[in-house]
Design a protein around this ligand. Sequence first.
Ligand code: HC0
Length: 567
Amino acid sequence: MLNIEIDGLKLSVEEGISILEAAKKANIYIPTLCYEKELSVYGGCRLCVVEVEGEELLKPACATSVEGGMKIKTHSRKVRKLRQNLFELIIATHNIDCQLNCLTCSRNRSCELKKIAEDIGIEKVRLDPIRGGHSVDNSSYSIVREPDKCISCNRCIRKCEEIQGIGIFTTANRGPDTVVTTFKDMGMGNVECTNCGQCILSCPTGALHEVYQKEKVWQALENENKHVIVQTAPAVRVAISEPFSAKAGEISTGQLVAALKRLGFDAVFDTNFAADLTIMEEGTELINRINNKETLPLFTSCSPGWIKFIEHFYPQYLSNLSSAKSPQQMFGAVAKNYYAEKAGIDPDDLVVVSVMPCTAKKFEAKRKEMGSDVDYVLTTRELSGLIKAAGIDFLNIEEKEYDKLLGVSSGAADIFGSTGGVMEAALRTAYELITEKELEKIDFEVLRGDQGIKKASVNIEGFELKVAVVHGLNNAHKIMKMIDEGEEFHFVEFMACPGGCLNGGGQPISYDEDVVEKRRKAIYQIDKNKKLRKSHENPYIKKLYEEYLDKPGSELAHRLLHTEYIK
Ligand code: HC0
C-alpha cells in the first residue's frame, strides 16, 4: 500500500492504481469524459487534470499512477482554469448549435457534457464553433449516429473493440477535423455492426442513439381501427423506473403494466410468456439433437446481436444455431395467429409493439426471416419518454397485472434477462422432461454472475450434459476459439451484451457503476418470489399447445416459431 494525500486527505491506497481511481475510492469527484472503468485508458479529454506537488505540469488523473508520498490537488485555481479552457475547446468542436438544439437532443436529461459544465462552473463559451456539417448516419435499423454531436472521447471505439471484439468505429481526419466514423464512412447499417447498442451506453452526448419508433407507436395508439397490443421483455421491469429517479434495482412490473394500460394499449402481454414457449421449443430441439446425434453444440438464438455476430464472423457455425425464434418473435407469431383468432381480430388490424432493453431487437423485427409479426420495437428509454409525455406518475401509479392469455410466465422466463438465465431455465425444464422426475434444486448458481464464460456439467440420468454461458461478444470470440480447438459442449448460451439484456443497449443510461448488478439481483428476486418457476409448468403454455400448436416441435410450431439463418 502507498500513502498519499488528496486535497489534504491522508489515504492509504493500492500500488498501481491511477490517481483517478484513488480519488474515486475516497469519494472525491474528478470530472472526465473519456474515462470508463471497463475500457483502456485513453487520456484524450484531459478534463481530469490534477496538480501534483513538485510537478510543473498538470497530470491527467486517469493516466497517472499513484506514487508514495504524492500530494495531489484536484481543484486548485490552476486546475479549475485549465479544465474550463479544455471544456470550451471540446464544446467548440461539438455540434455548432448544441446550445440551441439542446432541448431536442436525445440526451438532454442525461448529457455528460451538461453535467460537467455545471460541475466545473462553465458560465460562457468564448470560442466560435469550428466544426459541423457532417451528415447524420441513418443507415441502420437500430442505431443513429450524429457526428456533429461527437466529442471524440473515443469511448464507442474502445467499447466496440475491447468489450465486443468487433471494432466498427475508427477516426478520420486530423486536428479539429477529427471525426469518429465507420470504415470508409459506409454507415453503421453497412458494416459489421451487430446493433447491440453498447456504444450508445458509452456515448456521453447524443451522438449515438436508437432509431426512434415512438411516433409510430403514438399513431397506432390513436388509430381507432387498430387493435394495439404490447409485450415487455424480461429486463425492462427492473430498469424502467430509473428514468423516474428511482434507485437502480427496483422491481416495477405492476407499474409498468399499469402505465402501458394508461397509454391506451388494448392488451398488455409479457415477452416472458414467449420465453417459456422458447424453452419448450429449444429444449425439445436440444433433446432431439442429442438423441439423433445431430449438429452440436446447440447455440441459443434469442440475442439478435449474437446472431448478427455469428453471421459476420463464424458463418460456418450457423447450423449450430437453434432454429427457435427469439421470444420477441415467437410472441409476435403467436399474437398474429393464435391471439388474433381467439380475439376475433383480423391480423391486418393487429399492431404488435415490443418494449425491449435492446437496440438489436429493432433490427431483428425487420429481418426477412421474421415476416412482419412485430410491428414496432421501443427501447426501455423510449417507453420512459412515452410515459413522461402522457403525464403518468410512474412511481405512484396503482399496479396492474398482465392480461392473462399471453401474459402469464414462470420465474424461469424472468431470469432470461440476465446472462445465464436462458440456460438455467432450459435446464430446469430439460431435466424434468428427460427424467420425468422433479428437479429438487432448481437454482443453478454456477451459471449466475458476471464471469465472461461460465461452464458447467449437469448429470441427467447418467448423461453428462456439458453447457456454457457466454456474454459480451469478445467472450464469444474466445469460446468460438475453444470450440474450434475441440472443447466439447452440448449447449451454449450466448448474449451479445455484457451482463445480458439487463445491460442492453436500450436500457436507461446510468451513472451508477453497479447498476447491472442491482438489476440482476432484482431479476433473480422476481424468480424467487414466484410459485411458478419452470417453463413447462406454465398453464397458459400448456393451453397453447392443447388448443393450437399440438406439441413442441410440431409441424405448426415449426412453421410459426422456428426459422433458419443462412449467410
Ligand atoms: Fe432479452 Fe429475450 S431475454 S433477448 O435478453 O431470449 O432484448 O430482456 O426480451 O426475445 O425473453 C432482450 C431481455 C428479451 C427475447 C426474452 C430472449
